[in-house]
Design a protein around this ligand. Structure first.
Ligand code: PMP
Length: 350
């Protein structure tokens, strides 16, 4: 705290990201990164633009990337917004689409950045309890609201909501934006992008940090009706004209174009997930059904925080959340086969 801080800054409660340790050789399963590298074609394309051209500003609209995303999904580039990580895209959506004087609705167990953005932009919210199986109860969202947001699959649970339930939400809330945060959709879920043509109140966000293994590049996208996209553009152009640099625009576009590599690496993560689930269950863990690149698990006899600390001593990082309802769970990212084995071996030794 300092006398130079505005009262607004004093009261902010910032998001706390998972640890990015400086130590080498850790088995890092705490922030849902992809164990496989980015598309080699995307890396090559970025190397190609790593030259004197960097003295020039990038395309402020990132059109090359918008076209690649539009082609991937068979939509138009007027339905696509791009930003510096999906966190930034989400921030603009909170700022531009959720500020309506009525509470934003989201699950009580969900991505912990949502309440942070509510604090930053002065948005009231109601956190609605997931059911006993940690599933979203769609019926609960039939109440006055200034918007609805949830990740699908949800984070940190990994649980998937069926598209049919999402459609019910959209139909029941024609006057609110329903934002489906699909950070993890490519690991087993069906995207709601196919619904954007029919529902002008649907905004879908995605990230290249997970299924396209570009967390270090910082690229996220939003897909929705051009009117929603225009709101995001207005915020973006009032904040930072060039959120994506030259490398990011090209690298992300080629990552979308390289469908084969994307499908192959997603499939590898999904098969590893099934093995990790079986291994954890063999050690007595209860594991929630996951459609993501992580699992959410608890041991009926062992304290989660103690397990996390003991794993850390053995060089394995997993994520623990000090939050009601989930304090006995660990969120474990799916790593390479060797990392997953190291995790199971360390747990076995405990
Ligand atoms: N949404 C969810 C549910 C996430 O877990 C994350 C990753 N922390 C993000 C959005 C943001 O991802 P990024 O900013 O890397 O695109």
């Amino acid at each position: 705290m300092s006398k130079f801080w505005s009262p607004f800054v004093k009261d902010l409660v910032p998001y706390v990201p998972g640890e990015q340790p400086k130590l080498a050789n850790l088995v890092k399963l705490n922030t849902n990164e992809n164990p496989y590298g980015p598309s080699p074609k995307a890396l090559a394309a970025m190397r190609e633009v790593l030259d004197d051209g960097l003295r020039l500003y990038p395309d402020p609209n990132g059109d090359r990337l918008k076209v690649a995303v539009a082609e991937f999904y068979g939509i138009t580039s007027q339905q696509v917004f791009v930003g510096n990580g999906s966190d930034e895209v989400l921030a603009h959506a909170f700022h531009g689409l959720f500020q309506h004087g009525k509470p934003l609705l989201f699950p009580d167990v969900t991505y912990s950045f949502y309440p942070v953005y509510c604090g930053l932009y002065g948005i009231a919210f109601e956190a609605l309890a997931l059911d006993g199986q940690f599933q979203i109860r769609v019926e609960d969202y039939a109440r006055p609201n200034g918007g609805i947001i949830f990740p699908n699959p949800n984070a940190p649970t990994g649980c998937l909501l069926a598209l049919e339930a999402i459609e019910r939400l959209l139909q029941a809330n024609p006057d609110s934006v329903v934002l489906v945060d699909e950070a993890y959709i490519d690991f087993g879920g069906e995207s709601a992008v196919g619904l954007v043509g029919r529902y002008p109140n649907l905004l879908v966000t995605q990230t290249l940090s997970k299924s396209r293994s570009l967390a270090g590049l910082r690229v996220g996208v939003a897909i929705g009706h051009p009117d929603l996209i225009e709101a995001l553009e207005r915020i973006k152009n009032s904040f930072n004209s060039y959120p994506l640099d030259r490398l990011a625009i090209v690298g992300a576009a080629v990552a979308f174009e390289d469908r084969a590599y994307f499908e192959q690496t997603c499939q590898a993560v999904v098969s590893s997930r099934e093995q990790v689930v079986a291994g954890l269950q063999g050690l007595g863990f209860e594991v929630l059904p996951s459609a993501a690149n992580f699992v959410f698990a608890r041991h009926p006899q062992r304290d989660a925080l103690q397990i996390a600390a003991a794993l850390r001593e053995r060089g394995v990082l997993v994520r623990h959340f000090k939050q009601a309802r989930i304090a006995q769970f660990l969120r474990i990212s799916i790593g390479s086969p060797a990392q997953n084995q190291a995790l199971l071996d360390a747990l076995g030794a405990l």
